[in-house]
Design a protein around this ligand. Structure first.
Ligand SMILES: Nc1ncnc2c1ncn2[C@@H]1O[C@H](COP(=O)(O)OP(=O)(O)O)[C@@H](O)[C@H]1O
Ligand SMILES: [Mg+2]
Length: 362
């Protein structure tokens, strides 16, 4: 049995269904990122696991024990709130000790946790004398010193600027691993989740969309929302005209005939998506099919890579990534050809809610 089990948890606030029949399990020592847009139910989920909110339905099991009705202090899970509010009038060591002392834990543990996060030299400073990253570490030391084996971190890095976010996310991951902690790390930043998680759980409107390894969910998103939430995509709508031997021909809106790998029922309404790194820019139509002429409308130089936006037809924009090698290969206004490789197509049933809703990132 897994270390943490969430079984069929639902929670409503009046008419708002914050969690709908959420089930998943987490192994001991695992680093799980819970990813979803604002309002998805991420905070509610962590609070239910921490015991700060009672679910309307469902159970929480930790180490095979049903803790659903246990108070927070009797669970092996510590919740670190979003914004990690440190007490401004308390020094670093007092901020950490506060959480620890009310649990009746020894003071040595406070010092051990201050040292672990590398802030022994700041123990007598006040929060305003620390950088954002240092404050984040104090908050982390506070949950760690509680001695809990499960850390529930609510957007622990979202207040930090990008470089610090990147530095601390790896530090956090390494630290959790070295301590053998089980972590549920909530974020709305897909890149952050994909880069450090052992597994990612994608939550939307209170429902689990998918759970899996970062490379799995990125390569095989279960629906259009997941595909879009994990990164930029080019989206083509169409109807399947023929399908044989794991190959299908789609009548694509704004493009015409498009060949994709995968067997789909003839006549079905589909959405085909491509990742920017999967599309190929050509200066001439040198592939036998799936090549479409377009105009470069934007070139974003990002250092390692160049992201090129190409208008293929009215309302159909494609996004293509290329490695940057010496010079930017295509210029704004230029006519180019875009190749949509059949084996790279992500095929989805047309979403009942409509394409723009599914792509809305909320
Ligand atoms: N105390 C509350 N009372 C009423 N609605 C709430 C309360 N807390 C959260 N909600 C609503 O529940 C939904 C999920 O909220 P939350 O768990 O905070 O999502 P997230 O952390 O993913 O942004 C949202 O629609 C939010 O407005
Ligand atoms: Mg939240």
């Amino acid at each position: 049995m897994a270390y943490l089990e969430v079984e069929g948890v639902s929670k409503s606030y009046g008419p708002i269904k914050a969690l709908r029949d959420v089930s998943f399990s987490v192994n001991r020592g695992e680093y799980l990122c819970i990813l979803g847009p604002t309002g998805a139910g991420k905070t509610t989920l962590l609070k239910v696991i921490a015991g700060l909110i009672k679910p309307d339905k469902g159970r929480i099991l930790i180490d095979e024990e049903d803790v659903t009705f246990l108070p927070p202090e009797l669970r092996a899970a510590a919740y670190m709130p979003q914004g990690y509010a440190l007490f401004p009038h308390m020094r670093v060591w007092e901020n950490i000790a506060y959480g620890t002392l009310i649990r009746g834990l020894p003071l040595e543990r406070v010092w051990a946790s201050i040292k672990m996060v590398g802030l022994a030299h700041k123990a007598y400073s006040y929060p305003h004398e620390l950088s954002g990253g240092q404050q984040q570490r104090v908050a982390l030391a506070r949950v760690v010193s509680s001695g809990s084996k499960i850390l529930l971190l609510d957007e622990p890095l979202s207040a930090l600027d990008l470089l610090l976010n990147i530095e601390l996310r790896y530090e956090l991951h390494r630290y959790a691993k070295s301590m053998g902690l089980t972590v549920l790390h909530v974020t709305h930043n897909s890149e952050e989740a994909l880069s450090i998680a052992d597994r990612v759980l994608i939550l939307r409107k209170g429902k689990v969309q998918q759970i899996g390894r970062p490379d799995e969910v990125y390569a095989k998103p279960r629906n259009l929302f997941v595909a879009r939430f994990l990164g930029e995509i080019t989206v083509v709508e169409g109807v399947v005209r023929a399908s044989i031997d794991n190959r299908s021909v789609v009548e694509a809106k704004g493009l015409g005939r498009l060949v994709v790998n995968g067997s789909v029922n003839k006549g079905s309404h589909v959405v085909i998506a491509y990742r920017p790194e999967d599309l190929v820019l050509l200066s001439s139509p040198s592939e036998p099919y799936n090549v479409f002429r377009g105009k470069v409308i934007d070139v974003e130089f990002e250092g390692l890579r160049v992201r090129i936006h190409v208008m293929l037809s009215k309302g159909l924009e494609s996004v293509i990534d290329q490695w940057f090698v010496h010079e930017i290969p295509f210029k704004k206004g230029e006519t180019v050809y875009v190749y949509l490789p059949p084996e790279k197509a992500l095929i989805f049933e047309y979403p009942r809610e409509g394409i723009s809703q599914a792509l809305a990132l909320e």
